[in-house]
Each structure stands twice: as C-alpha cells, then as structure tokens.
Design a protein around this ligand. Sequence first.
Ligand code: G16
Ligand code: MG
Length: 220
Amino acid sequence: NSKGFIFDLDGVIVDTAKYHFLAWKKLAETIGVTFTETENEQLKGVSRVRSLEKILEWGNKTLDQDTFMELMARKNNDYLAYINTMNTSEILPDVTRVLLFLKEQNQRIALGSASKNARAILKKVALFSNFEAIVDGTNVTKAKPNPEVFLKAAQQLGINAEKCIVFEDSVAGIQAANTAGMISIGIGNKEILSEATYVFKNFTEMSNEFLLELIVLSNE
Ligand code: G16
Ligand code: MG
C-alpha cells in the first residue's frame, strides 16, 4: 500500500539556486547582459538551454550555435566548481526527517529534476541512496511544465500517477505535477505557488501527521 513521493532537487532538497545565480551572472556579464536575483527567480526549474535562451532574450542578444554551446559549457563548468564544495550541511531543513519518515512508512521515493547534474549533487550531499528512482535532465526530452519527468519517475517506481505526490518549488514543476494527475505540494511562497494542492514554506512546517494523511488520502 505504498505511494510514490517524488522530490524535485534544486530548491526542495538543496538550495543550488544560489550557485546557478553566481554562474549565470558571471556568464551574463561577459556578454553584457544585466542579471539580478529577479531574473534568476525566473530560471528556477527551467532547463539549461532554455535558461541561456531567456538570458539572451532579456539582453536582446543573438548567438551562433557554436558560441551558444560554448557559453552553456562555460556556465556549467563554473556551476560544477560550486557543486564540488557541497556537503551534507547544504541539505535544506527537515528534508532528511521527511525522507526517513517516508521510508519508515514503506513509501516509495523518487527524484524528478530538470538538472543534468542531479546525480552528482545527490552524491555530494550523501542522499543518493535514499532514492529508488532518479529521473533528471539526462533522462527527459520535454522540460517542466511538461509532466514527462514525473511520469517517468512514477513509471520507474511502478506506481500509478494518481498515487504520486510531488514536492516542488517552481511554478513550472507544480504545473507538471498537476498535469500528470499527481498531488502537488509547493515548497516556498503561497502566492507564487498558488496552483499547488498544498503549499508549505519549507519542510519544517510539514508534520509527520500531514505525511500520514497524504499516504491515506491518495489511497482512494
Ligand atoms: C534545476 C534548476 C534550474 C536549472 C535546471 C538545469 O531544476 O532549478 O535553475 O537551470 O535544473 O540544471 P543543470 O544546468 O544542472 O542541468 P530542478 O528541476 O532540480 O529544480
Ligand atoms: Mg526546483
């Protein structure tokens, strides 16, 4: 009688948005585009290719394909240098408590991330073995809000979509979960994530009792 609990990575398990920000900012500056936290906010849950396309749109720039690829590689190298410094202290509050509780309740746990670096990040923070299935940017062809990433995760768990619950910090990710027919739980701001079934500021606000209710609720 298990449910599938699917976790997004960036913004849910770890705060890598700050590293994406530093790497994109450096890149944007080399091509003369202003890049602030406001722009960074709009890149959450968005693929690497789409992120660079957006930055170019904001700066009214166009690049040939080779330069585009080169800049993406450069950004990722800078990002990876930050990722390399990560350790377990970067796991967001109460993520470990929730993972362990779900495991104790015999629930099934998967990762559904847009990042091509998801596996490396999970290893850096020593959470890799907590996930029975991992679907990331290397496994999908359609980016969130397309539900592909979460449907694949459910499929790998062998659990029907209606019996899955998604934890997400991005609007695109919430939409993807909803389209997949899953329960969507926003982690972050209520106003921004208004399309989610439930919203919590972070996992410290989410009780084990609530998790138990989800296990029973999605049972029907
Ligand atoms: C994450 C981030 C995005 C990032 C994307 C691709 O998604 O939220 O900002 O652009 O992955 O990352 P990478 O360049 O590492 O492939 P998620 O779905 O884990 O929130
Ligand atoms: Mg995210």
